[in-house]
Design a protein around this ligand. Structure first.
Ligand SMILES: Cc1cc2nc3c(=O)[nH]c(=O)nc-3n(C[C@H](O)[C@H](O)[C@H](O)COP(=O)(O)O)c2cc1C
Ligand SMILES: C=C(O[C@@H]1CC(C(=O)O)=C[C@@H](OP(=O)(O)O)[C@H]1O)C(=O)O
Length: 387
């Protein structure tokens, strides 16, 4: 399974094509819309999210509620396009009608300057339109297809917020269902309610200060059998693929599995997860400090992965930069931006992880037809339980 996305932030629409989804899998627009709506809802976002009402139009690959096995095409309209038609249209503009104001002032922390140097655009709108995290709506659409597939294979996945601006959520003991409800309903998507309130205050304060803040998201995957992924080549290690997908989310700067960087400070006896077996469950671990991976393969324990998001680069509080035309130093000022997108990013992270996890299952089992994939995974689960 693979996917591509196309579309600019203030262009007509975002398009996602997912290829390699098995035939005969139940799939409804509703499955995708639930994810799109969740991505839009996080606390701390700017005015753009009041303009957009992300809903999918499935334009190919699904008939009467089931996948065909052909590529799935999905479209999400940009409602903001109506305000940008003159600036973002595809037709050439007559010089006297050209109302475009060139963007020549790169923002520190965004893709503006490096993108301009690479693609040779002197109007950095040509960079920021595509580097914008608006594109994550298209990725969430792809991830929602993967989540639907996982759900029908007995694998559930949820993303939530662990930390914002140094405020840490306490370890909680919620079930998967509870985690999902909180991720759905809490504005800041934090499992620890008290910490969540403080996070919202920190976001309000950052807004007041014209600043931005970052944080840490966590994704939790339950129900994956052991032995998915592979150790035989660097590019078949599933933890590596997940890390790459998480790191590729706009503004993400690092990834950890389980206790993550803490492993560097502990002895081996306090890091590795002891192996046990019983008739009902087969092999299991007495702890899950390694976050569900050994040797690039799942251990059968929940996958626990964290991603670090830096603060949003577009700031009301100006940072210094250089105009690429005049070379003058200026203080960047902006019209609108998110102050904190960590709660929204938790949903994005959930979906990019879902895609990698689903794809690993497809790579390992015959998958042209969904019912046969279900059967193959069921048989494998039985085999490894008694192994
Ligand atoms: C959900 C989400 C919303 C974002 N919103 C903004 C925003 O409003 N303003 C902004 O400058 N950056 C925003 N970003 C971050 C930028 O897109 C990102 O920093 C930029 O593309 C540069 O890439 P890099 O930070 O990965 O190097 C957002 C990121 C995510 C995941
Ligand atoms: C549009 C989305 O996020 C955008 C991501 C983003 C950026 O620079 O990454 C900048 C902002 O866009 P605008 O300049 O239009 O206000 C965010 O709103 C979205 O998440 O759907």
């Amino acid at each position: 399974m693979r996917y591509l996305t196309a579309g600019e932030s203030h262009g007509k629409q975002l398009t996602t094509i997912v290829e390699g989804v098995p035939s005969q899998m139940p799939l409804l627009s509703k499955n995708i819309n639930e994810s799109l709506v969740r991505r839009q809802k996080g606390y701390g976002r700017g005015k753009r999210m009041q303009i957009e009402k992300d809903l999918v139009d499935i334009a190919g690959g699904v008939r009467h509620g089931y996948t065909l096995g052909s590529p799935i095409a999905m479209v999400v309209k940009n409602d903001d396009f109506k305000h940008w038609e003159d600036i973002m249209g595809e037709d050439p503009i007559e010089p006297e009608k050209d109302i475009r104001r060139k963007v020549t002032r790169p923002r520190p922390g965004h893709a503006d300057l490096n993108g301009a140097l690479k693609y040779g655009h002197r109007d950095m709108r040509n960079i920021l339109e595509r580097s914008s995290a608006r594109e994550t709506a298209a990725r969430v659409a792809a991830g929602a297809v993967a989540k639907t597939l996982l759900h029908h294979l007995g694998v559930e996945i949820v993303g939530y917020v662990k930390e914002i601006a140094g405020i840490n959520a306490k370890q909680t003991n919620h079930s998967m269902e509870e985690k999902k409800t909180i991720s759905e309903e809490s504005p800041v998507r934090c499992l620890d309610e008290e910490a969540g309130k403080k996070m919202m205050q920190a976001i309000d304060q950052a807004k007041k200060d014209g600043d931005s803040i970052g944080g840490v998201c966590e994704v939790y995957v339950e129900g994956m059998p052991a032995g998915i992924g592979s150790y035989v080549h660097y590019d078949r290690k599933l933890d590596g693929k997940i890390a790459g997908a998480v790191q590729s989310i706009n503004a993400f700067k690092g990834v950890e599995f389980g206790i993550g960087f803490e492993a560097a400070r502990r002895n081996g006896s306090e890091v590795h997860d002891e192996i046990a077996w019983d008739e009902a469950n087969g092999y299991y671990r007495k702890s899950n400090r390694l976050g569900g991976f050994e040797g690039g393969m799942t251990t059968g324990m929940p996958i626990i992965v964290k991603g670090v998001m830096k603060p949003i680069p577009t700031l009301y509080k100006p940072l210094q930069s250089v105009d690429i035309d005049s070379k003058e130093v200026f203080n960047a000022s902006i019209e609108r931006s998110d102050a904190c997108a960590v709660p929204a990013a938790a949903v994005v992270m959930e979906h990019v992880v879902a895609f990698e996890v689903a794809n690993a299952l497809l790579e390992q089992f015959p998958h042209d037809q969904f019912p046969k994939l279900q059967q193959a995974i069921h048989t494998y689960r039985e085999e490894i339980r008694c192994f």
